[in-house]
Design a protein around this ligand. Sequence first.
Ligand code: ADP
Length: 393
Amino acid sequence: MRVLVINAGSSSLKYQLLDTKSKEVFAKGNCERIGIDGSFIGHEENDGGKQKLEVELPDHKTAIKHVFDLLAQAGFDTEAIEGIGHRVVQGGWYFPESKVVTDETLGWVREVAPLAPLHNYAEADVIEICRNMFPSIGNVIVADTSFHYDIPEKAWRYALPRDVVDRLHIRKYGAHGTSHRYIWRTTREFLGGDVHKLVSCHLGSGASLSAIEDGRDKDTTMGLTPLDGLIMGTRCGTIDPATVCYLVREGGYSIDEVDTMMNKQAGMLALSGRSSDSRDIEEGAAAGDANCQMALDMFYYRTGQLIAEMAQSLQGFDAMAFSAGIGENSATMRAGVAQELAWLGVKIDPELNKVRSDEARLISAADSKVKVLVVPTNEELMIAYDVEALLGR
Ligand code: ADP
């Protein structure tokens, strides 16, 4: 099935047209700076053709029009597109699985938007635009939170007063669920029936872990929002929640300033004082920068610690899989994290760890108690599979 996958942000819109059977990506791109000066579309086709289109993108509707024009020029008119999959960041309490777009399901995306205002409103608008502009094409909502919906209550509940939690729908929702689902599926294909308990490690500029047993999630490190858990590019991850009160009361920061500080000015960026990008931090550490070295040491320490926490949720683990920008590309970071887990019998083979490839691969030593893999994630393909499952004939 030929599926268009759309990932809309407040000022961007990524798209990919792919085939679920051949896994071929026909075209992909990103509309950037929507509603801001200097907007453009970066568009690529599978024959290697690339273009940067400097066009005014005052709103998402204009961006989508351009995307469909570009796809038509590439030979894919609306007849050729058999379904559209929309990534939705927050599915709240409505999306235990992906769902076909109807007035009702679209309303749910807006209803839960206060939990992720920067994403859900834009995503809902884009879904509505696609429905209205191309009524012959079916649309599917794939929420990033769905995979975590069924984690046990002891894992998702917060120890806050019940009336508050109930009224405001506070719980662990998690994120990156589509990626963790794909990582499980690929690991299972790779290792066959030998794997039951997997700690999936999505380590990109946003990062989270998921404790998966036979395809079902048991726990995850992100919480009510993606701020929780691991130290990330610009997010602080788990800290004492009272720090927020202290910053407001004693530091004189407004709540919005604290929000921005913790999401955009913290994490590896704050620790290294140099960059949120682990390549720059690795370079800095190699050149003797002590702050960069501390950023790496803390990343290894916290990631190892939380992997052990996920293993506890699973009561042991057969495998762990590294994925996303850092997990797929940085042999240094993989080695640093694995070293923290040596006491659990995790051991990677330094030569296998150096191999660069776009394929899933094993990097653990023969005598490792836990299989360690690198699994390039593919959220778009996972979304397209869901579209096919719900709309395909
Ligand atoms: P996101 O999708 O959350 O923006 P990605 O999964 O693309 O993030 O990961 C981006 C991060 O991956 C970069 O910030 C960088 O830290 C890291 N990264 C990418 N390539 C490499 C590399 N070759 N070595 C080390 N880190 C890398």
